[in-house]
Design a protein around this ligand. Structure first.
Ligand SMILES: Nc1nc2c(ncn2[C@@H]2O[C@H](COP(=O)(O)OP(=O)(O)OP(=O)(O)O)[C@@H](O)[C@H]2O)c(=O)[nH]1
Ligand SMILES: [Mg+2]
Length: 470
């Protein structure tokens, strides 16, 4: 059972494990200063509890000395800089002390031990951010953005998460929530006081209001697909019959000789996966085995792995060897991939061309002609991948709001469903009670995103993904 008692003062090493230039031990809670007072000696002998907020102080961390004995050199654990941030203007809205130590793990652990012995408990993962949420400094969507910022793989992903932390997503959700709330309270008033002057507005007014909300929800959800891709990246599998140059293409995209390339058909057995950043999008490129008819156990496994990779890919680059005629295996693959999003590419265009381009053009509508070996048109192929995934809409919407978190997307979809039901009930002249029940459910979805409604389980789930110290 995890301990989240918010009365406790908590502490943790907030920097990554391992050797680094500096390492930070962070303390948060009502006893943060008294703990610091016990173990920190500043050069001018002033105690941390007397420091002004947002100030930095040079000094030493030392084990407390027995009464009557002076501090010995052996008592000193580290030479540090100590930062003080007083409640409520701190990350957690509590008193915070951060001890900037030398980065070695041994010293950091000793400082942490000493801090814990002096009246704190170790923080649970994400507990500092959990407190920031519970103490009302940020809403739940913003707290989640903190994790996304830590995990952002590309600058574009970082930009979305920073927008979410700044509150751009929350602001938009709050705006929609207020519109719904207005509609809801007007309806409730007219249900509760049917004889009074409170009018819910004509069904037409209500329906117009709800339609406006439905439209806003649709706009947000339309962009969420891109948000998720930017955040989580795209999986691209390179397929093609043996020897078409799949591994050569992977190497050309990575600009390094990662996969083994030989003139022997059936070179690649194990799928090779590598991450690249294409136009700010994290792309996982997968080189698959070209073998279609396995002979023996190893090839069987190679085929199985290729199938798994293809199934999990968002996009498949189907590669053809343009210096040879189309073969049965090419046609087999085309059939097999007919349900996937496929980019057809002709490789080996530096050689004499034999393939029937007119036939393939008809099949795919567009062919990208490349030479993996000569590194020709690789950029064009990369652009094609990105433009296909984003339907040419890689730009972040002008209002900066791009919902990318699956939890938010699911909640928005629920809200959308209930708004549609409310509209439906209005159309069918059902009583206002029914309509308002739907609007209430719709509101609930938005409350869940902002964390106005939450369960301990939800918080546990969100914050367990954080590292200790954040
Ligand atoms: N001329 C020319 N040769 C190429 C090109 N791309 C690949 N090759 C050659 O084609 C042969 C096969 O290349 P690979 O990249 O190993 O092909 P693969 O599709 O991975 O093959 P398997 O792993 O066996 O399925 C090698 O000799 C490459 O040098 C190209 O654009 N032009
Ligand atoms: Mg290969």
């Amino acid at each position: 059972m995890k301990n989240f008692d918010s009365d406790d003062t908590i502490a943790a090493i907030s920097t990554a494990a391992g050797t680094s230039g500096i390492g930070i031990v962070r303390i948060s809670g009502k006893d943060a200063f008294s703990v610091a007072d016990k173990i920190f000696t500043s050069k001018d002998k002033i105690k941390p509890s007397q420091f002004d907020t947002y100030t930095l102080h040079y000094g030493w961390i030392a084990s407390p000395q027995p009464a009557g004995r002076h501090r010995l050199a052996a008592d000193i654990i580290d030479e540090v800089l100590l930062t003080v941030m007083r409640a409520p203007k701190s990350y957690t809205r509590e008193d915070i002390v951060e001890i900037n130590c030398h980065g070695g793990m041994a010293a950091l652990k000793r400082v942490l031990e000493l801090v814990l012995d002096s009246g704190c408990r170790i923080a649970e993962p994400g507990e500092f951010t959990r407190r920031a949420f519970l103490n009302g400094r940020i809403d739940l969507a913003q707290a989640e953005a903190v994790l996304d910022i830590i995990n952002a793989k590309t600058e574009r992903a970082l930009k979305i998460s920073l927008g979410q932390l700044k509150g751009e997503v929350s602001c938009k959700i709050r705006f929609i929530r207020e519109e719904l709330l207005r509609i809801f309270s007007r309806m409730e008033a007219s249900i509760d006081f049917p004889d009074d002057e409170v009018s819910p507005g004509s069904p037409g007014d209500l329906s117009a209001g709800l339609k406006k909300v439905a439209n806003e929800l649709k706009n947000i959800l339309d962009t969420s697909r891109y948000g998720r891709i930017i955040r989580e990246g795209v999986r691209v599998a390179i397929c093609g019959r043996p020897n078409v140059g799949k591994s050569s293409l992977l190497n050309a995209i990575l600009k390094e000789e990662r996969s083994i390339v030989t003139p022997i058909a059936g070179t690649t057995r194990d799928t090779v996966e590598e991450a690249v950043n294409i136009q700010g999008v994290a792309v996982e490129i997968i080189d698959t085995a070209g073998i279609l008819k396995p002979r023996g156990l190893i090839e069987k496994e190679a085929v199985r792995r290729s199938h798994v990779s293809i199934a999990s890919a968002d996009v498949v680059v189907l590669l053809f060897d343009s210096s040879r005629s189309l073969g049965k295996e090419d046609l087999m693959l085309m059939r097999k991939l007919n349900k996937k999003t496929v980019i057809a590419a002709l490789n080996k265009t530096d050689l004499k061309q034999k393939i029937r381009k007119d036939f393939l053009n008809k099949q795919f509508g567009r062919l990208i002609e490349i030479s993996a070996k000569k590194r020709k048109n690789i950029k064009l192929l990369e652009e094609e991948i990105i433009s296909l995934v984003f339907h040419g809409r890689l730009d972040i919407p002008s209002d900066g709001v791009l919902v990318s978190d699956l939890r938010h997307i699911e909640a928005l979809k629920k809200t959308q469903k209930f708004v549609a039901e409310a509209l439906n009930s209005l159309d069918n002249n059902l009583s206002l009670e029914f309509v308002s029940q739907d609007v209430k459910e719709a509101l609930y979805g938005l409350d869940v995103i902002l964390g106005l409604e939450f369960s301990e389980e939800l918080l546990d789930k969100i914050f367990s993904e954080f590292c200790i110290g954040k």
